[in-house]
Design a protein around this ligand. Structure first.
Ligand code: AMP
Length: 341
């Protein structure tokens, strides 16, 4: 019998609770400093304690996972803390498509995949000289919005970039990605695609609460103008959202296009959970600024199911549990190779 493993961070509790509910042995690869937290949860059967997450590449840890027939569930921490080369070199079977994680981390590859999927996107700006409208400046990888900043023109861009370099938030040789700022209602659309049934499931929508950009709106403009700090977009937590029903058809279409584009550019395609992240403008037009090619932490809101999973399943279904259910079905039908890489 296979077991389910993940790194101790991000959405580990949801993933392992879901795995336990589906009858799997659960394993957490856990940094020493977080051991106390995770020992509180009885549904975690085994903790493999490491100094740092990249120790998962050590032969000894890989052997331990192999002995238990573990399947590793990737999440944002894996991407934030390990390079694409390291992730691709993991011997333990990874749920979904580990090759697509590189397309999430690399801004140019990300843009290519989003274009192939015909997702409407805010315009990228290749040179700071060409900044004409308000832009958002981003770092590579899943940095969680830390060190991002907004700029109105080239001078503003240089001032803020230099300030963040001097504060040690970003490094001098870091390649930054500039994109037009899209104003509106933020929506992070969560999906699951099953290669076993070829079906797309819309799982839920969340919003991220980001500090300190969100805090800025709570102080009077007079104080905002006096502040010398470059506001960051560091995610602190998430809250749920439901969409106008008239928007749902387009939500499915965008995700189906994304699944098709991924199958073409990154075989075996977008299997398992993913998220399309963007903004609805005043005409309810969606602009996607990002995707995540694995489970997002925003699904933690729906540990007991979301309004949308209620329409698909007659039982509470978290994304973590849905992943475990897919593993169970694949295992029963000898298809584990089709859902892992
Ligand atoms: P990302 O790493 O691309 O998910 O961006 C982090 C955060 O920055 C998002 O959650 C949004 O709040 C904000 N953001 C990113 N891109 C844009 C954009 N083009 N327009 C408006 N806000 C954005």
């Amino acid at each position: 019998m296979v077991s389910v493993a993940t790194l101790g961070s991000h959405c580990a509790l949801q993933v392992l609770k879901g795995a336990k509910d589906e009858g799997f042995k659960t394993i957490l690869v856990c940094e020493k400093k977080r051991e106390k937290l995770y020992r509180r949860f009885k549904f975690i059967d085994e903790l493999i304690i490491v100094e740092k997450f990249s120790d998962i590449l050590n032969q000894e840890i890989q052997d331990k996972l192999k002995q238990q027939d573990a399947i590793l569930i990737p999440h944002g921490t894996l991407i934030a803390q390990m390079s694409s080369e390291e992730i691709e070199s993991i011997n333990t079977p990874v749920f979904g498509n580990k090759w697509i994680l590189r397309w999430e981390s690399d801004r140019e590859m990300k843009e290519k995949l989003m274009r192939e999927a015909a997702l409407p996107m805010p315009k990228p700006v290749t040179d700071p000289k060409d900044i004409e409208k308000l832009v958002i400046v981003k770092r590579q990888g899943a940095a969680g919005g830390k060190g991002y900043f907004m700029a109105a023109n080239e001078e503003d861009y240089n001032t803020k970039r230099n300030q963040l370099i001097s504060e040690g938030v970003i490094s001098k040789d870091e390649t930054l990605y500039i994109q037009e700022y899209a104003a509106g209602v933020l929506a992070y659309l969560q999906f699951f695609y099953s290669p076993l049934t070829n079906e797309l499931e819309f799982f839920g929508v969340d919003q991220r609460h980001e500090s300190d950009i969100e805090g800025l709106g709570r102080i009077p403009s007079e104080q905002q103008l006096k502040s010398k700090k470059v506001p960051s977009f560091n995610v602190i937590g998430n809250s749920p959202l439901v969409l106008r029903e008239s928007l749902l058809d387009e939500v499915y279409t965008m995700a189906e296009n994304f699944v098709k584009a991924s199958a073409k550019l990154v075989p075996p395609g977008m299997n398992g959970p993913f998220c399309i992240e963007g903004v609805y403008d005043e005409n309810a037009q969606f602009s996607a600024f990002e995707f995540s090619a694995r489970i997002v932490a925003g699904t933690n809101i729906f540990m007991n199911g979301s309004p949308y999973t209620t329409l698909i399943f007659d039982e509470p279904m978290s994304m973590g549990r849905r992943i475990a259910r897919e593993i169970k079905e694949a295992d029963t039908n000898n298809q584990l190779k089709n859902i892992t890489t």
